[in-house]
Ligand binder design. Structure first.
Ligand SMILES: [Zn+2]
Ligand SMILES: [Zn+2]
Length: 328
């Protein structure tokens, strides 16, 4: 099979020929039809996040079809279309898993980080951690749901957004454009902050009530805010946009810095929380709501061979919605 391989952070990916992986006990072999391009992949390629092993095939928003199953599998038949997300596997036995926080499991393994991911023609994953996918979404559109979508969904949970509240989104890429639609579906008002005019236009098209740049004032203070851009300087700006006792959720895996800021921005019971990966339950709930809300997924397709170009465009903030690799 062909695969894009990361040999070292700070160096471009290399397209190589690899042996087809063999599914072990509990695992299924999946033929990849689409794999979303995520900021996390970019952090790996740029050397801002170091994976536990190299070389590594990145990619954790994988849509494909089951080709074969290892010992003990069979819940999903060969030919079933499934999704593989960032949560590759959790132990199920540690304190965090038992609390329903398998995203924080001590022995958690992430797709395209601890194990090879979906920038390839085939991938293996534990059957218990793959999602049957709703038919409503074609392959390319389904891919960004698997990280961008699920993480945004968890961020809405973590910030505690309630029906009818005002939610501010900072940064407007793959995740925010899906989160915006879920929030609208729940009757929330949404303000979007983005540097790129193209992104602000897409936000308004998708139902944002207001779109502007960081530092500009939305018409009213937000009840909740979510930070999607990996830029810590936005934290005080987001806190300034929040009402008293409002909550800011930081939904990025890597942040350049947490700047010092005036205590007055936190005082009056404002809350800052982080979002770390997601649970299977988040994924299942989100996919259900994605169908009900009829999410429109904005996608820019790239052949597998052009993963490097897709990542360059993502770095420059020039992808409208989500970038998706199509190996076929
Ligand atoms: Zn991701
Ligand atoms: Zn665990």
């Amino acid at each position: 099979m062909r695969a894009q391989v990361l040999e070292q952070g700070g160096r471009p990916l290399r397209l190589v020929e690899r042996e087809t992986p063999r599914p072990g006990p509990g695992q299924v072999l999946i033929r990849v039809r689409a794999c979303g391009v995520c900021h996390t992949d970019l952090h790996l390629v740029d050397g801002e996040l170091t994976p536990p092993r190299l070389p590594l095939i990145p990619g954790h928003q994988v849509v494909g079809v089951i080709e074969a199953g290892g010992e003990g599998t069979g819940r999903l038949r060969p030919g079933s279309r499934v999704g593989v997300a960032w949560l590759h596997e959790a132990c199920g036995a540690c304190d965090d898993c038992r609390r329903g926080l398998e995203n924080l499991c001590d022995r958690v393994r992430f797709t395209g980080f601890h194990v090879d991911g979906g920038y390839a023609e085939q991938i293996i994953a534990p059957e218990r951690f793959v999602y049957p996918l709703p038919e409503t979404f074609p392959d390319a559109e389904a891919a960004p749901l698997l990280c961008a979508g699920i993480i945004g969904f968890r961020a809405l949970k973590v910030c505690g957004a309630q029906r009818g509240e005002r939610v501010a989104l900072f940064g407007f890429g793959a995740s925010a454009h899906l989160t915006l639609q879920i929030a609208r579906w729940r009757g929330c008002q949404v303000d979007v902050y983005s540097r790129a005019e193209e992104h602000r236009r897409l936000a308004l098209e998708l139902g944002a009530g207001w779109a502007g740049q960081a530092g500009e004032a939305a018409p009213a203070p937000a009840d909740r805010a979510i930070l999607f851009a990996p830029s810590g300087r936005l934290i005080p700006i987001a806190l300034r946009a929040l009402r008293k006792a409002g909550t800011l959720a930081i939904a990025v895996i890597h942040l350049d810095q947490v700047p010092a800021f005036d205590y007055a921005l936190l005082f009056e019971e404002r809350v800052v929380r982080t979002v770390t990966a997601s649970t299977r339950r988040d994924g299942e709930e989100f996919l259900e709501e994605a169908v009900a809300a009829r999410l429109r997924v904005a996608v820019e397709p790239f052949p597998l061979a052009e993963a490097g170009r897709a990542l360059d465009l993502l770095r420059e903030g020039r992808i409208r919605g989500a970038g998706v690799l199509l190996p076929a």
